[in-house]
Design a protein around this ligand. Sequence first.
Ligand code: AMP
Length: 280
Amino acid sequence: MLIYKKAKDFISYLHKNRSLSKSIGFVPTMGALHAGHTSLIKKAKLENDISICSIFINPSQFNQKTDFEKYPITTDKDIEILCSVNCDVLYLPSVEDIYPNGWESNSKIDIGYLATKWEGKFRPGHFDGVVQIVNLFLELIQPNKLYLGQKDFQQCAVIKKLINIQKYPIVVDICETIREADGLAMSSRNARLNSADRQVALCLYNTLCFIKNNFQVKSNETLVEEAKTFFIGNNHVKLEYICIVDRDSLEELSSTKENAVALVVAWIGEVRLIDNMLLN
Ligand code: AMP
């Protein structure tokens, strides 16, 4: 696997391969890789001439300094994992390379309301940072296909909107959420859960299954109210939001059952976990 840390070397590699008409599949990550990430990389590898993974913990998308500081860094292990799935290229830039003049200086792309609802409301500025870094990477790499995980449902919607606004000729592939055997969605943040909290964290998946299993027999409003009870009675759990929304607009669905997805976010101890489930 080739590893590029500097944009200059990476650009000449990209130029060479573009001139040879090689197709590029790109998987942006923040590292601490797990089977969720490798599922995307394997797909990128299978469907393109070149698979590129980036690892960059983007400071501009963290609205809490402690979350950024505590984000797990496992670069050596990540490189091993990427080699084991035959990833072709790792782009591993430093913060200074990406933002030589600081990240506040970059101009913003306005994604509209999709960036201010749900995650955008609870993590102000988060999607500005996501849009900033993804746009930068897409301009640089110009992939044919971009692979994203459904686990970050709203992020997928925001990035699709960005691609639409910028008119990039990029196909977006939203890949299924990979889960642990008991259902917990794989996440780099799971590494920060102690063993008791790891058990407690299952309440996100259990709630989503409850909603899905009862989706046709109860109203959306009742389901959301009943789902909230899964988060009561344990002071290590704090529900941030749970909702049933339209998959495209992310508007809350009061009565409609079409095109629905349930979104949930909860704090387990000091770790913020996110999950979702398509309901039909
Ligand atoms: P992250 O490193 O958390 O920024 O994630 C990088 C990419 O991997 C994003 O597109 C995520 O949605 C995706 N991803 C993270 N966890 C999972 C998972 N459990 N299953 C599938 N994709 C995932």
